[in-house]
Design a protein. Sequence first.
Lengths: 111, 132
Amino acid sequence: MITLTGLRAWLVQRATAVYMLAFIVLFLARFVIAPPRSYDEWHGLMSGAGMIAATVLFFAALLTHAWVGLRDVVLDYVHVVALRAVLLPLLALGLVALGTWIVRIFWTIGG
Amino acid sequence: MATRTTSATKRQRPVFLDLTQIEMPVGALASIGHRLSGVVLATGVPFGIYLLDRSLRSPQAYRWVLGLCDDIAFRIAAIVFVWALSHHLLAGTRHLLSDVDIGSQLPAARRSAWIANIGGVAIALLAAGAWL
């Protein structure tokens, strides 16, 4: 397993942040310029191959970013090692479950 | 995981962490806000994924998701989320710029901290004005 600590965590946190920032700005712009007005338009927007790839990558970045951030929060405030040993795997498991959920959503929509 | 050092000298250091008494510089508030907003956003992620999932399943489920906006509790949660997202993106951009040495000198850093703190609240107030 790749350990996300030190310089690598710092770099990962910034690379994911830049990608998410670009995605959010473009996604919001699309909503302002041409908001989807029906289920069909919304479904159509989200089922294009490029959109699926960009959105799945967005959530991969989001969950990785959340891991680095929340792990730092746990390490800063939870000093009991036994409790950390419970919380951190739970956190990782939850994030992996969310990632699996995203893949399932776009697997279904991509047909 | 590093074990915490508990040598005699360390334990005898005076510790003053009364957050109501410490006068916080604006950068400290931006930093705490960044952390707090990050936790709020992370908490919102499972709900967001759930809504995304429902909204794409069927026209009925899509309408149900849109219908949530009629719920006042949902709108309040959305406004809190807007604050968290705005503050996190502003404070995060501030960090990214500071990494490439833009605005890392104290006066500029203080100004950008003010912008992040006030900007996040201002955008949330705009959302509140539109949705409440």
